[in-house]
Design a protein around this ligand. Structure first.
Ligand SMILES: Nc1ncnc2c1ncn2[C@@H]1O[C@H](COP(=O)(O)OP(=O)(O)OP(=O)(O)O)[C@@H](O)[C@H]1O
Ligand SMILES: [Mg+2]
Length: 542
C-alpha cells in the first residue's frame, strides 16, 4: 500500500444508523422513561395489573415487573437495558423489580433536566454515584435487626410482597406456606443461615382455588401409578430408583427372527415374558415396594409388579428423579442387575391421590426433611401461573431476610428518609455535583409519590406531609395505601427486606449511569438475510 493512500477511519455497513451527542442521550433517556412509565401504574398494593398478549395469542395477566418487561418486546437498545435492570433485580433479590425500573427511569428524567442546564453527564454520574453510596449507608443504618427464625417477622415480609399481587386475597395463607418452606430447607453455615430455593419444588395444578395451595413435606409427581391393581398407599416405602426401561431390549441392529411353527412363536413370547417377570422379581428381591422409573415400563412388567404388590411410576422427569433420590437417600440405578437393597430410598408414605381430575403421587416423610414441594392450585391456568410467580417473590424475600436478617418498613418510608439525608449530604458536595445529588433525592421520592398516585391519593399533599413528618424524626412514616393517608409503616407491619431496597438503589443507579455515559449509538443495518419485502437486490445497486 502506498504511503499517500488514506485509509477510511470508520466504515459502517450500509443501512447502519448513528446518532451522537445530545441526540443519542435524548433518545436513550426517552426510551428508558417510556419503559419506566409502562410499569409505573402497577406499583404497590393498589397498582393495576397488566394483560399481555403474545404473538400466538396467549394471555398473561400479571403485576410482576419482570414478567411485564420480559413479555413485551422492546426494540430500542436503551429500553432493553431497562429490561435488564428488572432481571438483575429479580435474580439478586427476587422482588422490587418494578421499583428499580421506576427509580431508574426517574433518575434519567432528572438527569435530562440537568443536561438541559448544561451540566455534563460525567458530573451527573459522579453526583449520582456519591448520592447512591450515601443512600445505601442510610438504609443500612435505619434497618432493624430481626431474628432469622422469627416466623412472625418473616410472615410479615412475605405478606408485604404478596400484598401487591393478584393473589393478595390469600396473602396470609401463602405467606405461612412460604415461611414454612423456607425454614424447612434453611441450613446453618457457621452462625449464618442459607436458603437454597432449588430445594423447594413448586408444582402447579389448575383447579380448585388458590386456597387449595399446600405445602408438602416431600416430593410430588405429576402422574399416577401405572397399573390399577397396584396399592394406592404404601407406608414405610422402600423405593427403587431406575433410569433404564423395564422393557425387553430391542436389538441395536435390524434383526430378523425366523419362526417356523406355532410352538416356536409361543416359546419366543414365553421367553420375553419370563425376562420381564424376572425384572419385577429382581425389584421385589431387594425388598422394594415402590419403583420410580425414568423410562418406560412394559405392560407385562407392570402386571407382574402389581401382582407382587409393588407400586410403580414411569417416565418420570430426570430432574424429579434426582430430587427423589436426594429426598429419600436412594441411589439412581442404571443397570437393574446392579440393584441392591442399600440403593433403596426411604419415605414414610408414598400415596397416589386424585387432585382435580388427575392422579398425583406424593412421597412424604422422606429421610431428608429438606425437600419440600409447594403444590399451587387456582381456578384457572392464568391464576395458577400468577400465583406461582407471586410465591416465587415471597420465597425470595423470606430467603433474603433469613440470609441477611435486617428489615425496613415499606410504603415509601425508607425512600423519603434516604431523600432527606441525601439532600443534607448534597450540601457538602461541590456546586454541580450538589445539583446532581439533589436530583437523586428527588428521583427516589418517586416511590412514595407513585404509591400515593396509584392509591388515588394526592401525591403532592402526601409528599409534603411525609417530608414534614420525616423532618420531625418519623423515620417510618410512609404512604398507608390501604388506609388512605400517612402513617407509621413499621407500626402497620409493612416489612421489607433491607436486601431488596439496597438492590433497588444499586440496580437503578447502575442502569441510569450506564445509559447516561452513552453519547454515540451506532446501530447496524438489518442483515441481508432478511431484506424488507419490497426491496429487490441489495439496496438498489444491482
Ligand atoms: N400495605 C402497604 N402499604 C403501603 N405500601 C405498601 C404496602 N404493601 C406494599 N407496599 C409497597 O409496595 C411497593 C412494592 O410494590 P410492588 O410489589 O408492586 O413492586 P415491586 O416489589 O417493586 O416489583 P415486583 O413485585 O413486580 O417485583 C413497596 O414499596 C412496598 O413498600
Ligand atoms: Mg413486590
Amino acid at each position: 500500500m502506498s504511503m499517500g493512500q488514506r485509509l477510511p477511519i470508520l466504515v459502517l455497513r450500509e443501512g447502519s444508523r448513528r446518532s451522537r451527542g445530545r441526540d443519542a442521550q435524548h433518545s436513550n433517556i426517552m426510551a428508558a422513561r417510556v419503559i419506566a412509565e409502562a410499569v409505573r401504574s402497577s406499583l404497590g398494593p393498589k397498582g393495576m395489573d397488566k394483560m399481555l398478549v403474545d404473538d400466538v395469542g396467549d394471555v398473561t395477566i400479571t403485576s410482576d415487573g419482570r414478567t411485564i418487561l420480559e413479555r413485551i418486546s422492546v426494540e430500542h437498545p436503551a429500553a432493553k437495558m431497562m429490561v435488564e435492570v428488572a432481571k438483575a433485580q429479580d435474580d439478586e433479590v427476587g422482588d422490587g423489580t418494578t421499583t428499580s425500573v421506576v427509580v431508574a427511569g426517574n433518575l434519567l428524567s432528572k438527569a435530562e433536566d440537568l443536561i438541559d442546564r448544561n451540566i455534563h453527564p460525567t458530573t451527573i454520574i459522579d453526583g449520582y454515584r456519591k448520592a447512591s453510596e450515601k443512600a445505601l449507608e442510610v438504609l443500612e443504618r435505619i434497618a432493624v435487626q430481626v431474628d432469622p427464625s422469627d416466623k412472625d417477622a418473616l410472615r410479615r415480609v412475605a405478606m408485604t410482597s404478596l400484598a401487591s399481587k393478584i393473589v393478595s386475597e390469600n396473602k396470609e395463607q401463602l405467606a405461612e406456606i412460604t415461611v414454612e418452606a423456607a425454614l424447612l430447607v434453611a441450613r446453618t453455615i457457621g452462625d449464618e443461615y442459607r436458603v437454597d430455593l432449588d430445594d423447594i419444588m413448586v408444582k402447579k395444578k389448575p383447579g380448585e382455588s388458590v386456597v387449595g395451595t399446600k405445602l408438602i413435606r416431600g416430593v410430588v409427581l405429576d402422574k399416577g401409578f401405572v397399573h390399577p391393581d397396584m396399592p394406592k398407599r404404601i407406608k414405610d416405602a422402600r423405593i427403587a430408583l431406575l433410569n433404564s426401561p423395564l422393557e425387553v431390549e430391542k436389538t441395536e441392529f435390524e434383526a430378523r427372527i425366523h419362526i417356523e411353527s406355532p410352538e416356536a412363536m409361543d416359546a419366543f413370547l414365553k421367553e420375553e415374558e419370563s425376562i420381564l417377570k424376572g425384572m419385577a422379581e429382581k425389584i421385589a428381591s431387594v425388598g422394594a415396594n415402590v419403583l420410580i422409573c425414568q423410562k418406560g415400563i412394559d405392560d407385562t412388567a407392570e402386571y407382574y409388579l402389581a401382582k407382587m404388590g409393588i407400586a410403580a411410576v414411569k417416565r418420570v422427569k430426570k430432574s424429579d428423579l434426582e430430587k427423589i433420590a436426594k429426598a429419600t437417600g436412594g441411589r439412581i440405578i442404571v443397570n437393574l442387575d446392579d440393584l441392591r437393597d442399600e440403593d433403596l430410598g426411604f419415605a414414610g408414605l408414598v400415596e397416589e391421590r386424585k387432585i382435580g381430575d388427575d392422579k398425583m403421587v406424593f412421597i412424604e416423610g422422606c429421610k431428608n426433611p429438606r425437600s419440600v414441594t409447594i403444590l399451587v392450585r387456582g381456578g384457572t391456568e392464568r391464576i395458577v401461573d400468577e400465583a406461582e410467580r407471586s410465591i416465587h417473590d415471597a420465597l425470595c424475600v423470606v430467603r433474603d431476610v433469613v440470609q441477611e436478617p435486617k428489615i425496613l418498613a415499606g410504603g415509601g418510608a425508607p425512600e423519603i428518609e434516604v431523600a432527606r439525608e441525601v439532600r443534607e449530604y448534597a450540601e457538602s458536595l461541590p456546586g454541580r455535583e450538589q445539583l446532581a445529588a439533589q436530583s437523586f433525592a428527588e428521583a427516589i421520592e418517586i416511590v412514595p409519590t407513585t404509591l400515593a398516585e396509584n392509591a388515588g391519593l394526592d401525591p403532592i399533599d402526601i409528599l409534603s406531609e411525609l417530608r414534614a413528618a420525616h423532618e420531625r424524626g418519623g423515620v417510618w412514616m410512609g404512604v398507608d395505601v390501604l388506609g388512605g393517608g400517612v402513617d407509621d409503616m413499621m407500626k402497620l407491619e409493612v416489612y421489607e427486606p433491607l436486601a431488596v431496597k439496597k438492590q433497588v438503589i444499586k440496580s437503578a443507579t447502575e442502569a441510569a449511569t450506564m445509559i447516561l455515559k452513552i453519547d454515540d449509538v451506532i446501530a447496524a443495518g438489518r442483515s441481508k438475510a432478511s431484506p424488507p419485502p419490497t426491496s429487490r437486490g441489495y439496496g438498489g445497486l444491482g
